[in-house]
Ligand binder design. Structure first.
Ligand SMILES: Nc1ncnc2c1ncn2[C@@H]1O[C@H](COP(=O)(O)OP(=O)(O)O)[C@@H](O)[C@H]1O
Ligand SMILES: [Mg+2]
Length: 258
């Protein structure tokens, strides 16, 4: 649980299009790392290379190394499906299985892994829903469809589903961008809780959110239109938002773009 991620000289392509150039960074265990930067600079692309979701796009490929506690997740013998189980992902739009019950949404991954024992699955559902700060709101309607929950509850359901399989890392791509401010705060509080047990990487276009939830912040940018995205700098969140090293970061966080 809660493993460290190291990226070493990672280059990412969509066919011949070089989307992201030479990213090296470390994500320590039990911490939150935020990716910020203008739209199109490659934040989601980098995130998807961290659990081998990038390569499901035809022609897409990754160069360099992504190490999980020192083990290269792109090594020949590694099964990408096993990587995705170990490194869970939460997306921008909550995507529960809408007609499946709340309980079955949470334990879907464990069932796929072959767990059949009803009592064990009930325990996992309760532990995961408690972990996602959703238990009290749904405990009396676990058999009702996941699609009947509010947007914010659905996103917490997706987080419960992600943590049910006890991943080593949780990736979140703009998890609050479809949510109202109250639901957003609930997710931000939850991220603060989850980092005690998990390694978390969150993409956010909201700089206040990055400042609120993350320990370190990585700023990505494009040198020019058509050039690949690159990591400009990564540092303690406090430092990035008060006294960044790079002029490009300063311009971005103070709202002077381009
Ligand atoms: N499936 C795809 N096929 C081809 N190019 C893509 C694909 N997804 C993203 N890109 C391109 O890769 C670059 C980075 O995109 P993305 O990672 O989505 O940026 P961000 O998340 O920072 O907004 C952009 O130029 C985008 O158009
Ligand atoms: Mg994105």
């Amino acid at each position: 649980m809660a493993k460290r991620l190291d990226l070493k000289d990672v280059d990412i392509y969509y066919g011949t299009f070089h989307a992201v150039s030479s990213v090296s960074l470390t994500v320590p265990p039990r911490s939150v790392t935020a990716f910020i930067g203008p739209s199109g600079c490659g934040k989601s692309t980098v995130l998807r290379t961290l659990n081998r979701m990038h390569e499901v796009i035809p022609g897409a490929r990754v160069e360099g190394q992504v190490l999980l506690d020192g083990e290269d997740i792109y090594a020949g013998a590694v099964d990408p499906v096993a990587v995705r189980r170990t490194i869970g992902m939460v997306f921008q739009r909550p995507n529960p299985f809408p007609t499946m019950s709340i309980r079955d949404n949470v334990v879907a991954g464990m069932k796929l892994q072959g767990v059949r024992d009803k009592k064990k699955l009930d325990e996992i559902a309760e532990r995961s829903l408690r972990g996602a700060n959703l238990w009290n709101e749904v405990k009396d309607r676990l058999g009702k469809p996941g699609g009947g929950l509010s947007g914010g509850q659905q996103q917490r359901l997706c987080i419960a589903r992600a943590i049910a399989v006890q991943p080593d890392v949780l990736l979140m791509d703009e998890p609050c961008s479809a949510l109202d401010p109250i639901s957003t705060l609930a997710i931000e509080d939850l991220i603060g809780e989850l980092k005690k047990s998990y390694t978390i990487v969150i993409v956010t276009h909201n700089m206040q959110q990055a400042a609120r939830v993350s320990d370190q912040t990585a700023f990505f940018n494009l040198r020019a239109t058509g050039e690949p995205g690159r990591l400009v700098e990564i540092d303690d969140t406090e430092k990035i938002f008060s006294n960044p090293t790079e002029r490009a970061t300063e311009d971005y966080i103070s709202g002077r773009f381009g």
